[in-house]
Structures are given as C-alpha cells and as structure tokens.
Design a protein around this ligand. Sequence first.
Ligand SMILES: *Cc1c(COP(=O)(O)O)cnc(C)c1O
Length: 395
Amino acid sequence: MPNRLNPVTIPYTKHQITDIDIAYVKEVLCSDFITQGSMVNKFEEQILDILEFEYGDALAVNSGTSALHLACLALGVSKGDLVWTSPLTFAASANCARMCGARVDFVDVDPITGCMDTISLEEKLYSSPIPPKVVIPVHYAGHSCQMKKVKELANKYGFSIIEDACHALGGKYLDKYIGSCEFSDAVVFSFHPAKAITTGEGGMVLTNNPEIGEKIRRLRSHGIEKDKSKFKYLNSPTDIDKVGWFYEQWDLGYNYRMTDIQAALGFSQSLRLEEYQKRRRDIADRYQRELNKEFLTLPCETSEEVDHAWHLYVVQVLNYRNNLYEYLHSLGIYVQVHYPPVHLHPYYQELKYKKGDFPVAERLYYHRLLSLPMYPSLTEDQQSMVIYLINRYFK
Ligand SMILES: *Cc1c(COP(=O)(O)O)cnc(C)c1O
C-alpha cells in the first residue's frame, strides 16, 4: 500500500494509445495527404454510424472549443445576442459565445447532477425581458441534462440549443445516443486526451439541420465554398466547367480543420468506444458498491431516461473536501475538482458577475466536488487502492 514515502501515480483520467492506433496514424503519415481529407470523412461517418444517427451531419474540427464556436456562428450568434450556459463547466462553454461578440449569462445547476437546472432555466426565462438566442446545456460528467424539458422551453421562448456533450460521447438519453440532435440544433464533442476518445486535440459538431451543417463545413475552412454548382458568381466570363481553380469565400471563416493524422487516431479509438463505455460502467458500479456512503454522496443516473457516459466520476464530499484532496494527492492519487465556476474567473468578473450569483454551482465547487480516477485502463488493483485509501480516511 502506498504511503507518503512510497506514493503511486494514479491520475483522475488518462488516454490510451494502442499499437493499432499507431498503425492507423502511420498509414496516413506515409500517404500523400496528411491534412483534412478522406480520413476525416471516414472518421465523421464512423461517429454517425456508432451513434446511430442516420440522417445527420458530422463535422470534425481541431478542438471542442472550435466546434462550439462554429456551432454558435452557424446559429447566427453575433454581437448583442444573449447566450446562456451552465456555470459549472469548462470556460469554453461560455467563451464560444464571447468569441461571437455575444453576451453570456448563466443558469444555476441541479445540486445532484451538476447539470443546468431546468426549473431555474424556466424561472429565468419567465423573468427575463429578452430571451436568449441560444442555450448551451452541458452534460456534466457524462450525465445528460433534461433535454425534453429544455426543448419544450425552446419551443415556447424561441431559442436554439447547442448541447455541450464534450463529457457525454457514448452516453444516452431516452434510449438514443447523445449526439442524435433529437432535442437540439447541434451537439458538440471534444477529443482532448481527457475525453472518452482522443485525437490529441479535436472536436466535432453533429447536426440534423443541413443548413447548419453546410455553414460549419465552410466556416471550418476559411468560409470558402468549392462546390461549383453553388457558386454565387464567377469573376471571369469563362465557361464554368473550365474553371477548376476557382473558389468563393462566402463568410469570414477560420482554419479549424482537423488533420487526417488526427482523424486516423480518432477513427481507430472509436472502434473501442463501446468497450471503453463498458469498462467505465464497471468502474462506476464498483465505486458504487464499495465506497463509503456515509461521508460521500456518489453520482448516479437520476432517472430511467439517462445512460451515464461516466466521463468523470464526481463524488460529493460531505465535509472537508479539501483535506481529502490533499491527503489523496500526498499519496499520488491525483483527484481533481471540476470546475471553478465560469462566472468567478477574473475575465467574467470584469463582465460584472460576482460571487453568490449562482449559489448551487459555488457550493458544489467550494465544498463538495471531487473527481476520482475514472478511465478504461485503470486496473482493478489501482481501483482497490483508491477505494481502500478513501474508506480508511473516513474511519
Ligand atoms: C473539454 C471541454 C470543452 C473544450 O474542448 P477542447 O477540445 O479542449 O477545446 C468544452 N466543454 C467542456 C464541458 C469540456 O469538458
């Protein structure tokens, strides 16, 4: 067993690269094309296939943040618009709106799931003079938000929905994979190494609205349209069939392309997504059986509607969370706290948010949340050690 002189190293999350992954990447490296090309298409199709999203569009980009930014742009978010998201998330969920010049506001979270609370959302909509243009619910830790309710409110108040599903690849809501856009206009995933599968850096937008899909396809590559049949005009009187070199820039776009090198890694990783999900579920089940439940509140699926993706295993520590954090770190178990609420960052404080604005998210962050090790390659012995050390701490 580890002690202060003999620590182990167990992170809260960890990616896994296999020889097969390396072989896929090497094949691209040795080919004639290395940036966005056929491998990106193949990866996109594979994700649609895995998520059983038959009539959807999948657009791979170079990060989850880029995916959020492009989803906002494609939904027309611009200066003066209002976007609402959760305060208990990674800053990118809010930054994407700021990148479009929009104002950001937050809706406090449910104290059990950490997801945007739909009762608070309804109250805020009711009392706001102007409704938001877009609401971005975050499936915190991999637990779906109550999307049926969010969609109902969207229909009533006329806002669009982007699901920040960066935690939720492989999870389900109402028996459908998260990503199917049943209750939203777009869904965003990240392939950062901390996430379910990785491309190093990378992200994806899924949508079932072809117009949004087309717009994102252009925006990720400079706003350029290359499809001749769609050209708005030609700048020379030449016969259209002869101008093979011609393209048009329609919007102010970005270079947010994913490379084929990254897509090869993502494609190979995605072949293991189901196996990874099963392993994550097993780890969660074992924590549930064996961890102390007197001093910890363990995460759960709050209704039949939710199949948790178990991206993070976030417990709530009833007392002295920081002490437990220090204790585990001193033994080499690198638990983490997700997240410092977005509205408390200096940047958002300058935008006039203050402590106390979103009390549930703040209470969870300051006193309760702790992300325990959760990743497919966590061994049984390692998990035994984590469980033993935590339970011993509370004795
Ligand atoms: C990881 C993450 C992002 C950003 O993804 P990147 O690929 O790192 O840009 C956005 N939102 C949430 C909730 C995330 O966890």
